[in-house]
Design a protein around this ligand. Structure first.
Ligand code: GAL
Length: 685
């Protein structure tokens, strides 16, 4: 894999808001940043009202002074276009730019991201401010790149302003050409929903019931939002490419209803992400036993890596997070900020900026803590940042040469199923449990995994990078996708499907063919019948063949499988209920490979069974033994592999090395029995 040029040099830094502070603080801030070995800041992404205090009146003085001073201190700068926060004059004068909720309530000035992507006026004003800023800073010696907007589709990812309905209609006309085709795609024959003129077509609007739009329309809505977001972002990226061709362009965040892969491919030099691992700990309310907590964030980072193999962490959590009335995180313990920084780097980050240099003293984020406290005296987090800064001054550029994350297994996802599954409770919620279980079990066994998004651009070569693909609940399965998965398996790959595979077409209609639809030939089975498992139906178990006849829970949905081909082996059967003894898990020998079908939603124990049967093991098994609390990640490049060992436990971890290795962060040699401190990290070469 070719390293991304702009990311060859490792950089550490912070998000900085000169407009929030007295100017007398700036110089001291920049000087202290350099002392911590920081070399980059991000500025300006919310500062529209400073750059354009009145329509058509531009002022760059404040940021000119800040950037000149940053440059004087040897800092480089990323500028954010400020369009996430339209000024009050703008929304007051042009209320059509505001977003509107599904219920028809206009979302006004006072927070951020209150605009819609469809308003021609907003696009025009966004283009003007972007061009003015680009022209002004294109030759500034400190500036090296741009962030578009801030976190597209954060805060809200649905849009119902009049301009959005119009844009949706135009998008549908382009996509379907005729109303007949639209009616067919949306199945409007059902409940007399047939449209006879385009003026009758809207985004989903309030209906009787609780937000129950036509499901095929709801799927197209998400596709539209994604396209519309990208087309809005393109207005800005086109201008930046034209005016500031020597700067790179990125954007930050991974949010709903947005094909970030396509946005990255079409508009960006690389992707950026905002890493707040404590959100994973907050989310552990889903009755998950034995959750990964902050370590679960590694799975999100694997999704980021699927967009952009190396990336920037534009905002790295550096303190407890909290808004005034929501989110109230615990303070990271000593070592956790360092652990999370290396978690990002282990998964592919080549630049990390902390959010933020100093906690804000005004606004909704007075509890979203930065490195420095309000009092601005040296504190524990500043000291920890200093340690990280010195380590990366030594090791950063060795790490960036190891551009490629090594994984033989990928968890497969796709946007169609994610967007359809947001509404459809007959498959959507299953993906979260299955994906989490697989990731957790692999991660605790030190088997690194990637995320692979199947898209229209995906090729057989993309799939063949992996020995095993796990594609848990691909309800929507196109014939082309199934054909590619067949080729992958025929040529030696192992594919693992879960229940609900292949029963819907690209519009979300159910096929009139035996399940798993397009994947049936590959799996050599059909689904005889199926049932939801919920409060009305007690879960059964699966009995696995082989030595101990282990029992694992058959969660959430059961498909009773029927073996169609001789090449199929039944690996587990249902243990009780009226389908006791019938196949629950099958394995089909297909060409050189295997296609597994698992008739329920995966859980940790079932994933363990499959991993054991496939004989999967840590790639370092021959020389390294690690306890489950330590995550292993491997980055590889011309200078050989780097092994990141991340101890997510507060307790020391006992590890054993049969080979002598060097920790590139300290230069220390490690061999034999080693104790890795609580929250400790080593990077072995
Ligand atoms: C991010 C956002 C930042 C800040 C941070 C903490 O989502 O980009 O501007 O709001 O979260 O809430």
């Amino acid at each position: 894999m070719k390293p991304i040029d702009a990311l060859k040099e490792f950089r550490l830094g912070a998000c900085y808001y000169p407009e929030h502070w007295q100017e007398s603080l700036w110089e001291d801030d920049f000087r202290r940043m350099r002392e911590l070995n920081f070399s980059i800041i991000r500025v300006a992404e919310f500062a529209w009202s400073i750059f354009e205090p009145q329509e058509g009146v531009f002022s760059f003085d404040l940021f000119d002074r800040a950037l000149d001073l940053a440059h004087k201190h040897g800092l480089t700068v990323i500028i954010g276009t400020p369009t996430a926060t339209p000024p009050a004059w703008l929304t007051h004068k042009y209320p059509e730019v505001l977003n509107v909720s599904h219920d028809g309530v206009t979302l006004h000035h006072g927070l951020r991201r209150h605009y819609n992507y469809s308003s021609t006026k907003y696009r025009e004003l966004s283009a003007i401010i972007t061009r003015k800023m680009a022209e002004h800073y294109k030759d500034h010696p400190a500036v090296i790149g741009w962030q578009l907007d801030n976190e597209f589709n954060c805060e809200i990812n649905e849009f119902y302003a009049p301009a959005d309905h119009d844009a949706f209609r135009a998008w549908l006309q382009e996509k379907y050409g005729t109303l007949d085709k639209l009616n067919e795609a949306w199945g409007t024959v059902f409940w007399s929903q047939t449209y006879s003129a385009w003026e009758q077509v809207f985004l989903p609007r309030p209906t009787p019931g609780q937000r129950q739009p036509n499901p095929h329309q709801a799927l197209d809505e998400k596709r539209f939002i994604s396209d519309n977001t990208i087309s809005y972002a393109k207005v800005q990226s086109d201008i930046l490419r034209e005016v500031a061709p020597n700067h790179w362009v990125t954007t930050n965040g991974l949010f709903g209803h947005l094909d970030s892969h396509r946005m990255n491919d079409e508009l960006l030099d690389f992707f950026s992400y905002d890493s707040y691992p404590q959100f994973s700990a907050l989310a552990d309310n889903q009755n998950e036993e034995n959750p990964l907590a902050d370590r679960a964030w590694s799975q999100k980072l694997s999704s980021v890596r699927s967009i952009s193999p190396n990336f920037v962490i534009m905002e790295q959590q550096s303190g407890p997070g909290g808004w005034v009335n929501r989110m109230n995180m615990a303070s990271p313990k000593p070592g956790q900020m360092r652990l999370w920084t290396y978690q990002s780097i282990a998964h592919g980050a080549n630049m990390v900026l902390y959010f933020r240099w100093r906690t804000a003293t005004v606004g909704n984020e007075i509890y979203w803590h930065g490195i420095n406290d309000y009092h601005n005296r040296p504190n524990r987090r500043v000291r920890e940042a200093g340690q990280i800064g010195s380590e990366l001054a030594l090791a950063g550029n060795r790490i960036t040469t190891a551009a490629e994350f090594k994984a033989d297994i990928a968890l497969v996802r796709d946007y169609d199923n994610e967007w359809d599954g947001e509404y459809d409770i007959w498959h959507g919620p299953f993906s979260w449990q299955s994906g989490t279980s697989w990731f957790k079990v692999l991660n605790r066994r030190h088997i690194p995994s990637d995320t692979l998004y199947i898209r229209s651009h995906t090729t057989i070569e993309d799939l063949k990078r992996y020995k095993v693909l796990i594609y848990p609940h691909a309800a929507i399965m196109r014939d082309e996708t199934a054909a590619m998965l067949e080729q992958y398996t025929r040529e030696g790959g192992i594919i693992i499907f879960g229940c609900r595979t292949g029963y819907k077409n690209e519009h979300g209609h159910t096929y009139m063919r035996p399940f798993p639809g397009a994947a049936a030939g590959l799996c050599g089975i059909s689904v005889e019948e199926f049932t939801m498992i919920n409060g009305m139906r007690k879960a059964t178990t699966m009995k696995w063949n082989g030595g101990d006849e282990a029992l694992t829970a058959a969660d959430s949905f059961n498909e009773v499988l029927y073996v169609e081909d001789d090449s199929v082996e039944v690996v587990a059967t249902y243990a009780s209920d009226f389908y006791a003894g019938k196949p629950a898990v099958t394995k089909n020998a297909f060409g050189e490979g295997q296609a597994w079908y698992f008739g329920a939603v995966f859980n940790d124990e079932a994933a363990e069974q499959i991993i054991d049967r496939l004989g999967l093991a840590a790639p370092t098994a021959s020389w390294l033994s690690l306890p489950p609390d330590v995550e292993l990640a491997i980055r590889e490049g011309e200078d050989g592999p780097l092994y990141f060992l991340l101890n997510f436990s507060e307790q020391p971890a006992a590890i054993t090395l049969k080979e002598s290795k060097t920790d590139v962060l300290t230069g220390n040699t490690l061999n034999g029995s080693v104790s890795l401190e609580g929250f400790g990290v080593v990077v072995l070469s």
